[in-house]
Design a protein around this ligand. Sequence first.
Ligand SMILES: Cc1cc2nc3c(=O)[nH]c(=O)nc-3n(C[C@H](O)[C@H](O)[C@H](O)COP(=O)(O)O)c2cc1C
Length: 331
Amino acid sequence: MSELTPDLLRELVAEARLAPSVHNIQPTRWRLLGDGRLALVDATWVRAPVADPAGHDVLVSHGAALEGMSLALNRRGLAITAMTTIEQPLSPQFAALCSFAVRQGVLPDPLAGHVAHRMTWRGKFAGAPDQAAPLVQLAVARDDLICIGDRRTIADIAGWADQAEFSFVRGDDYRAELLEWMRLSPSHPHYLLDGLNRDALAMNAVEATAARYVLGGLFKPLDRLGLAASLLSDSAKTASAAAIVLFCRPVGEDPLTTGRHFYRSWLEIDRAGLAACPISALADHPDFNDRLRKLGKIGTDLRLVNVFRIGWPSKPLKPRHFRLPVDRLIV
Ligand SMILES: Cc1cc2nc3c(=O)[nH]c(=O)nc-3n(C[C@H](O)[C@H](O)[C@H](O)COP(=O)(O)O)c2cc1C
């Protein structure tokens, strides 16, 4: 066993927090326990209950953070060991979801070097001379990813993604929650800390102001005029993807494990030289989930957990991670 000092824990958390989380809500905290084990702690008030009513995406986000911790340990020759996953309330605000000890001696993980570079790319994708090789690399690297590269099928899926997203956006509660997590002006007190700011959303100031109105007070009149759907459409971005990737995991899998693989898949996409943006609405909408399952010939033993659009970003990635300070993540 290896000892986790408070200084080392701060370094580890600084890297683990780069993991993705739904709407960038960052529900994960960490606590060093008296016996030297480290607990992954759920901040129980940090939720997106309308977009994620079952709390599955929160657990997937915790799983991604856990993988982030594992990769941070790996960079220091350390590994997670003796993990227990018994949920334990610590206070009304916090519940430990799992705890583990740390041991020495692991082989370097090739994905650890991609943590700082991975980000959500919400812009358009560019074409590239050799489209096939990285997609083949990806499909070979992971058997839980199904890559769809046919252009007409991608165009169809781009339409489905808009329909799925819009069916959710029509809900008043959904729009209110989304706006709550959006930081559309740099003067927002949480602009650099959490949620979705306009840099992360790849919006300029005019687009951000327009989004505020279209998702806010103007939504209903624009919807009555049949204009809201086209104003919110992402289909050009989705259709520009080199591939649509279906992320499938075993039915009944522990969502923390699913989240670890979700993050590793995304890092594998980065390793292949590609960028990605999840399209959760396609997996969350039962009809479109069904269509994609048929398209990907996904067996009944697998769940279609999420969908990525992936491709070559139209400009070089300059990753920026908007995250809570380390001090607030250690409780
Ligand atoms: C479970 C899960 C679902 C997500 N779904 C979406 C999505 O539907 N659309 C989207 O643009 N980003 C989605 N994201 C990406 C997050 O918004 C993103 O990870 C977060 O804002 C942090 O930014 P970063 O990935 O650039 O570090 C999802 C992330 C997770 C973990």
